[in-house]
Design a protein around this ligand. Structure first.
Ligand SMILES: Nc1ncnc2c1ncn2[C@@H]1O[C@H](COP(=O)(O)OP(=O)(O)OP(=O)(O)O)[C@@H](O)[C@H]1O
Ligand SMILES: [Mg+2]
Length: 313
């Protein structure tokens, strides 16, 4: 098997923040590889280095999606896109005032042959390229399950008016329009309901079947476990585990990293609920206050239990 991408000791520091620290990993050609980890683990920072948005502090990025192996270090975002690496963003980055069709057509810009004078003179080459781009954009939209028809009027719709799940799929369509060998998806299922996530999983599988290697960041563990061939786990910028989904799921270091986060989230939710009930009690009359106070100890009561469990282990 060939690794289409290899991270070697990849490191990114922001001042004192070690966002990514000496990460080694391989993305096998033709695989679906998942990069997971708690919030702030350094996942998006890895994507930003791979796609030329951030310059690594140290390490190397070896890419084999071209005829010859090369290092991506020093390549800008445009050059990376021309090297057939495409991405979607954690926070959707569509052109909201442009139509669905034009948002996909933008994805073809890396393959354009026309020169500015072709556009100005409306040359045959420009007109032909425009026609091919429009036809290809329609085909890509159909591929992601957003086939434009007269009834749905999809291609003329402004992208901003799409439901959230369709916006995410449109971003994938735009990325696919650049004909990538490697597609990076940053939390593609974020904000999707379970039905939309199922459709997305099929699309990711279909994309891989079409010959595109997929590297994805995702918090939806069902999606990660069902569709990934290989999972790499980051925590505090460092790789803490990797392997097949079933192995990684059982890894004590991974469980600890995620449990640590969930404990933290549960504690902050308890604190929020407690302060809200106290605020309500302050405004309300005595019976309400009594009710709020009756709720409060429930949250507090869990703390000694956790301590007791820790102590007993
Ligand atoms: N441009 C930046 N400047 C300073 N610090 C940054 C920058 N980008 C990321 N960081 C920091 O680097 C760390 C890793 O952030 P990153 O966005 O890569 O995490 P993540 O794993 O993608 O998290 P999430 O799941 O929340 O998206 C965090 O501490 C973050 O605050
Ligand atoms: Mg992120």
């Amino acid at each position: 098997m060939t690794a289409i991408l290899e991270l070697r000791g990849l490191t990114k520091h922001f001042g004192g923040v070690k966002a990514v620290q000496g990460v080694d990993m391989k993305v096998e050609e033709g695989s679906i590889t998942a990069l997971i980890g708690p919030n702030g683990a350094g996942k998006t920072t890895c994507f930003n280095m791979i796609t030329g948005h951030y310059i690594p502090t140290a390490g190397d990025l070896i890419y084999r999606g071209l005829k010859e192996e090369c290092s991506l270090i020093g390549c800008g975002a445009d050059e990376i896109a021309k090297n057939r690496i495409a991405r979607t963003f954690q926070n959707i980055r569509l052109c909201p005032e442009q139509t669905v069709l034009d948002n996909v057509r933008i994805g073809f810009h890396t393959q354009r042959q026309s020169r500015p004078w072709d556009v100005l003179l409306n040359t045959k080459r420009y007109r032909e390229e425009e026609a091919v781009m429009t036809a290809s954009a329609r085909a890509v939209l159909e591929f992601v399950g957003m086939k434009p028809t007269e009834e749905n009027g999809l291609e003329a719709l402004l992208s901003d008016s799409l439901p959230y799940g369709d916006k995410r799929r449109l971003e994938i369509a735009r990325a696919l329009a650049s004909n990538p060998a490697l597609l990076l998806l940053d939390e593609p299922a974020a904000g999707m309901n379970p039905q939309e996530t199922e459709v997305l999983m099929d699309l990711i599988r279909k994309t891989r079947a079409a010959g595109v290697t997929v590297l994805l960041i995702e918090h939806d563990m069902k999606l990660v476990m069902e569709i990934s061939d290989h999972v790499v786990v980051l925590d505090h910028g460092e790789k803490i585990a990797e392997g097949a989904p079933a192995e990684v799921q059982k890894d004590p270091a991974v469980i600890a990293a995620y449990l640590g986060q969930e404990e933290g989230e549960r504690a902050s939710q308890r604190l929020k609920a407690l302060s809200e009930s106290q605020a309500e009690a302050a405004e309300a009359d005595e019976p309400d206050k009594a009710e709020a106070e009756a709720e409060a100890p429930e949250g507090e009561g869990e703390e000694p239990k956790a301590e007791a469990e820790e102590g007993s282990s």
